[in-house]
Design a protein around this ligand. Structure first.
Ligand code: G6P
Length: 614
C-alpha cells in the first residue's frame, strides 16, 4: 500500500516521476505528491489520483524543475485523504522531505516527545512524525543526514519503505526499508528507488531488492552504499529483470481487469509450462522436487494467505486432501500470526500471494519459520519479499497483474496448486494411475476451454444488464466450487460495491434463505456432477422464494437450464479442475456489472493491490 518512486540523474525528474506514479497507482490512490530539488525544495501534492496532481500542476502554471525528486501515491492509514495529509511531508525547518509506505506504530509517543521539544505538525500522519524525528536527531547529534536517518529508524517501531531528500544535499537520495518493499534501479547515469520495478523497467533492468533494515544512500555520480541499522555494509547482488514494458500497458483493452481476464488462456498455459506433460504422464515442480522427501513425509499441510489468494488456498484444501491424502488447514494469515499456532517441524506450510508483499502473510511465514517448519511460496511477483524469505517455492508466472481485483493470478495459483497436488499424490502413491493420467490430460485442455468461455462475453454482459441494479447478491457452490462462490462474491463486492456473499449451497437454508426475494440474484455454480441433484434442489428452493437464479452449468446440462432465469454454459471438466473454468464467467459478470454502475473497475474505492500494512 502506498507507492513510492524516486529519481536522481541528469533528466528532468517530474515527468519521469509522474509516469512512475501512474504505474504505482495500483498501490493506493487517495492522494499523490511530488518533491523536487532544484536549489529550492518544491512540493506539489493533491488529494485524489495522479491525474488530479497533474491537473493541479498544469493549472497552477508552475514549471516543475529539478533532476532529483520523488513521488508518492497514498493509501490512507493515519489521517483522512486530504491535501495536507498527502506525502511528501517536510521537516519543521523545511530542509527535509520524506515519503513513506507503511505504518509507524509508535508515532504517538514519538509525536508527544517532539511536541515537548517544540515541534509543530501540519498533518495527522505518522509519516510527518518521522521526518521531524530525523530533523531533531540530526540537530541534536550534529550528524550527516544518512546517519540521522539510521539513528531515527532505530527508534521506530513499525513497517516502512521511505525516501528522504535533503535541501542541503542536492546530490543525494536516501532510502530505507523494513517490511515494506523498496527496489533500487541502476541505469546509465540515473538511479531510481521504487516500491516495485514497474516504474524502473523503462530505463533499466538492473535492480537490487533491498532487505529489511537496509538503508541506502545514492549519490548523483553513481556511488551508492547499502548498510543496515547496525552499520554493517550489505553487498547485494544486482539482478537483471525479465519484465517487458508492454506487460504494464492495457494493450488495447479498456481496463487492466478485462485484459487480465482475457489473458487467462495464456497465463494458465504459462503457469504449467515445463511442469506438465500429459502424454509422457508427469507433473513436476522444480521447487518441490528438490525437497520431495521431506514434503512427501509431511503429516499436515497448512496453507496461509489473504483475499483472493486465500480462496485459492481453500480450493487447495480440496485438491491436496483428495489427490495427495494429506490433511490440510487453511489459515487467514492475519489470524494465524496472532494466535500462537501449533506448528510441527514436519508440517508443510504453503504461503500464497500474488504480490509477494502482503504484510500479514509475510509475518505468518516468519512465525512458521521460527517454529522450524518448511515454508513453500506460491508467488507471482518475481523477487518479492515472500519469494525471497520462503524455503522454496514456485512462481505462477502470470505476469504483472495491475487491476486491483485479482483474476489471472487466481487461476494461475490454481493451476500450480493442482500440479503440486498431482505431483505429491503420485509420489505418495495415493492416486490411481488412471485418475492421475486423466487429470493430467484434462489439465492440458484448460487454456482452450477458458477460451471457449471467454466467447460467451456478450451473453454474460446481457445477464449483467438484467441484474446490475441489485443491492445484494448471493453466490452458491458445493465442493470444489464453494470457494469459487466466495471468490465470485468477492469480485462483485470489491468492484461494483454490491453487497454479496458466498455460501456452500446447502448452508443457504441456515440463514441466507431469509434474504431471498424477487430482487435477489442468486448465482449458482451448478457444474458438479457428484452433487447435481442436490444443487437442483437448492435452485428449486431459491425459485420457490422468487429469487433470480443465474446458473453456471455444463453444456450437457438438461434440468437446470429449464429452471434457472439465466444460465451460462461452460465446458465439462473433471471436478477438481472445475474452479479453473467456473470462475471465468463470474469475473466477467462482476466486470460488466461494475462498469454499468459507473464504477472504477481497475481502482475500486478504498482498496489497494499490495497490502503492505496489517
Ligand atoms: C488485496 C488485493 C487482493 C489480494 C489480496 C491478497 O486485498 O486487492 O486482490 O487477493 O490483497 O494479496 P496477495 O498479493 O497476497 O495475493
Amino acid at each position: 500500500m502506498c507507492g513510492i518512486v524516486a529519481y536522481i540523474g541528469k533528466k528532468e525528474a517530474y515527468p519521469l516521476i509522474v509516469d512512475g506514479l501512474r504505474k504505482m497507482e495500483y498501490r493506493g490512490y487517495d492522494s499523490a505528491g511530488v518533491a523536487l530539488l532544484d536549489q529550492e525544495l518544491s512540493i506539489y501534492k493533491k488529494k485524489g489520483k495522479v491525474q488530479d496532481l497533474e491537473n493541479f500542476v498544469l493549472n497552477s502554471k508552475i514549471k516543475p524543475t529539478g533532476t532529483i525528486g520523488m513521488g508518492h501515491t497514498r493509501w490512507a492509514t493515519h489521517g483522512e485523504p486530504s491535501d495536507r495529509n498527502s506525502h511528501p511531508h517536510t521537516s519543521g525547518n523545511g530542509d527535509l522531505a520524506l515519503i513513506h509506505n507503511g505504518i509507524i506504530e509508535n508515532y504517538a509517543t514519538l509525536k508527544d516527545a517532539l511536541i515537548e521539544l517544540g515541534h509543530t505538525f501540519k498533518s495527522d500522519t505518522d509519516t510527518e512524525v518521522l521526518v521531524h524525528l530525523i530533523e531533531e536527531i540530526q540537530k541534536k547529534y550534529d550528524l550527516p543526514i544518512e546517519e540521522a536517518v539510521k539513528k531515527s529508524l532505530e527508534k521506530v517501531v513499525g513497517a516502512y519503505a521511505i525516501v528522504v531528500m535533503d535541501k542541503k544535499n542536492p546530490d543525494l537520495i536516501i532510502g530505507a526499508r523494513n517490511s515494506s518493499p523498496l527496489v533500487f534501479g541502476l541505469g546509465e547515469d540515473e538511479f531510481f528507488l521504487a516500491s516495485d520495478a514497474s516504474p524502473i523497467i523503462k530505463y533499466t533492468n538492473k535492480v537490487i531488492y533491498l532487505e529489511d533494515e537496509d538503508v541506502i544512500s545514492i549519490h548523483r555520480n553513481g556511488e551508492y552504499k547499502i548498510s543496515n541499522l547496525q552499520n554493517k555494509t550489505n553487498n547485494h547482488q544486482i539482478k537483471e529483470l525479465d519484465l517487458k514494458l508492454e506487460e504494464l500497458e492495457k494493450g488495447g483493452f479498456d481496463h487492466f481487469m478485462l485484459k487480465e481476464i482475457y489473458q487467462q488462456p495464456a497465463t494458465i498455459e504459462q503457469s504449467m509450462k515445463g511442469r506438465l506433460n500429459a502424454s509422457e504422464g508427469w507433473a513436476i515442480l522444480g521447487g518441490m522436487s528438490q525437497h520431495i522427501n521431506r514434503i512427501s513425509k509431511s503429516k499436515r499441510i497448512i496453507m496461509m494467505a489473504c483475499g483472493t489468494s486465500w480462496h485459492s488456498a481453500l480450493i487447495g484444501e480440496y485438491l491436496f486432501e483428495e489427490i495427495a491424502r494429506i490433511p490440510v488447514e487453511v489459515e487467514y494469515a492475519s489470524e494465524f500470526r496472532y494466535r500462537n499456532p501449533i506448528i510441527y517441524e514436519d508440517d508443510f506450510i504453503i504461503a500464497l500471494s500474488q504480490s509477494g508483499e502482503t504484510a500479514d502473510t509475510l509475518a505468518a511465514i516468519e512465525i512458521a519459520k521460527e517454529k522450524g517448519a518448511f515454508v513453500y511460496g506460491i508467488v507471482n511477483v518475481v523477487g518479492s519479499s515472500i519469494a525471497r524469505i520462503t524455503d522454496s517455492g514456485s512462481y505462477i508466472h502470470a505476469g504483472p497483474e495491475i487491476g486491483v481485483a485479482s483474476t489471472k493470478a487466481f487461476t494461475s495459483q490454481l493451476s500450480v496448486i493442482t500440479l503440486m497436488a498431482l505431483y505429491l499424490g503420485h509420489e505418495r502413491g495415493k492416486i490411481s494411475e488412471g485418475y492421475y493420467r486423466q487429470l493430467l490430460n484434462e489439465l492440458e485442455t484448460v487454456p482452450r476451454k477458458v477460451e471457449q468461455i471467454l466467447k460467451k462475453n456478450d451473453h454474460i454482459k446481457y445477464i449483467a444488464s438484467e441484474i446490475k441494479n441489485a443491492s445484494n447478491a448471493l453466490y452458491l457452490g458445493r465442493g470444489y466450487n464453494f470457494p469459487v462462490a466466495l471468490e465470485g462474491a468477492l469480485k462483485l463486492k470489491e468492484i461494483s460495491y454490491i453487497h454479496a456473499e458466498g455460501y456452500p449451497a446447502a448452508e443457504m437454508k441456515h440463514g441466507p434463505i431469509a434474504l431471498i426475494d424477487m430482487y435477489m440474484p442468486v448465482v449458482v455454480i451448478a457444474t458438479n456432477k457428484s452433487a447435481y441433484e442436490k444443487i437442483v434442489s437448492n435452485i428449486q428452493e431459491v425459485k420457490a422464494r422468487k429469487g433470480i437464479v443465474i446458473a453456471i452449468i455444463n453444456e450437457d446440462d438438461t434440468m437446470i437450464r429449464e429452471i434457472a432465469d439465466f444460465f451460462i454454459e461452460i465446458p465439462a471438466i473433471a471436478e477438481p479442475l472445475s474452479p479453473l473454468l467456473s470462475v471465468i464467467p463470474l469475473q466477467l459478470l462482476s466486470y460488466h456489472i461494475a462498469l454499468m454502475r459507473g464504477c472504477n473497475v481497475d481502482q475500486p474505492r478504498n482498496l489497494a493491490k499490495s497490502v503492505t500494512v496489517e
